[in-house]
Design a protein around this ligand. Structure first.
Ligand SMILES: Cc1cc2nc3c(=O)[nH]c(=O)nc-3n(C[C@H](O)[C@H](O)[C@H](O)COP(=O)(O)OP(=O)(O)OC[C@H]3O[C@@H](n4cnc5c(N)ncnc54)[C@H](O)[C@@H]3O)c2cc1C
Length: 347
């Protein structure tokens, strides 16, 4: 039966798995401490007392016993509550291989191209990007113009958790035309949950771009790991994961690489139960695998994404190449295989 909630009018509260325990305590026990939290930060976005913390450490709510107002919102939007992993290629209208003629990016710069085009079309007036500082710590950037996208550090992949969804709160309050969000598959699921329960998100988030993803990292763990290998991230201009190798490219054009298997101990436990490689809930998914170097693979899933791709075609903003969906599918299946859920118990 629904419990009364003084903050959320006409809201059905989630199941209280532990009688007498506040909702954040329940989320902590069943999602965070049980090791399945993906660090998507959707709970931190919705917490009405701004008590839930994210950043470069596990999700927490210091002093929740006293400060949590027990509204249950964190559980309602958590993609890992009653977790059923998403998987597969998902529905899509078309799959393309493309490279932007305007923007250089991690691969074909298609994420940046899609956002820039959506802005030109007037579909959105802002988007949340992940830039970086000298040490490759993710920095959230609210992009409000196509010119801003010319900034070198704003594009490209940062292999670290970033508070995109926390920052989405500010964006949905200030937008006039709509917001574009870019995120890993778990973040995409967080946005979809927000859209289901909060009207402001369903009305104002107009475009959700999902990035193909196998895993992400805490910045401090990744940089410590690389430092032990003698890699100075402050000198890096690009980091990439390709064909099982983590590659760091430096200012002078030199590169160093090693097997991602060496990373196993710093892969967060929440990533190890994720089976969604392609971001099945996004409007458009973009990734590296499935096209030659320098191109992005683009899975157009919804009408808004199709409209933007049609505009991009008409404007002749990209060069196309033949994509290989079978290669994407291989990775989609591989992720399910390496990330079993429930996790296999180690002897
Ligand atoms: C953690 C992570 C793991 C990935 N793993 C794979 C993989 O295994 N296989 C694969 O094919 N592709 C993977 N990708 C996607 C790939 O690295 C590129 O992001 C994608 O191909 C888009 O390239 P682009 O040139 O079109 O993007 P660009 O035009 O360069 O734009 C990149 C976009 O990514 C956003 N971004 C960067 N870092 C983050 C972050 N940490 N969190 C959220 N958004 C971020 C930026 O804000 C920007 O919008 C991964 C991406 C991330 C963030």
């Amino acid at each position: 039966m629904a419990e009364a909630c003084y903050l959320c009018w006409e809201v059905e509260l989630p199941e209280r798995r532990k009688k007498g325990m506040k909702y954040f305590g329940i989320l902590k026990e069943f999602v965070i401490d049980s090791g399945i939290c993906s660090h998507c930060t959707t709970c931190a976005n919705i917490c009405p007392v701004r008590g839930i913390t994210a950043g470069d450490k596990p999700i927490d709510f210091p002093n929740w016993i006293e400060l949590c107002v027990d509204c249950g919102a964190c559980i309602r939007v958590c993609p890992r509550w009653n977790y059923v992993p998403l998987k597969g290629m998902g529905d899509y209208i078309e799959i393309l291989g493309a490279k932007s003629k305007r923007f250089r990016g991690q691969d074909g710069g298609l994420v940046t191209e899609i956002i820039a085009s959506a802005m030109e079309m007037g579909e959105i007036d802002r988007a949340i990007f992940v830039g970086r500082d000298d040490e490759w710590k993710p920095v959230i950037i609210h992009v409000k113009s196509v010119e801003q996208l010319e900034g070198e550090r704003i594009r490209g992949t940062k292999y670290s958790f970033a508070d995109v969804i926390v920052e989405l709160r500010d964006a949905v309050f200030h937008t006039e035309k709509g917001v574009g969000v870019i995120g890993t598959p778990c973040m995409v699921s967080g946005v979809r949950k927000l859209q289901k329960v909060v009207k402001r998100y369903s009305e104002n988030v107009k475009l959700v771009v999902g990035l193909f993803c196998t895993e992400n990292f805490y910045h401090h763990q990744l940089s410590e790991f690389l430092a032990e290998k003698g890699i100075d991230l402050t000198k890096a201009v690009k980091t990439d994961i390709k064909k099982g190798k983590f590659i760091v490219e430096f200012e002078d054009g030199s590169k160093t690489s090693f097997s991602v298997k060496e990373f196993d101990e710093i892969i967060p436990s929440g990533c190890k139960v994720c089976q969604d490689f392609s971001g099945v809930e996004s409007d458009v998914s973009v990734g590296s695998v499935g096209t030659p170097d320098g191109y992005s693979t683009v899975m157009v899933r919804t009408e808004i994404a199709k409209k933007i791709m049609d505009y991009i075609r008409k404007k002749d903003y990209v060069e196309f190449t033949e994509p290989k969906p079978a290669v994407v599918e291989k990775l989609v299946k591989y992720k399910v295989k390496i990330h079993p859920y429930p996790p296999e118990k180690k002897e």
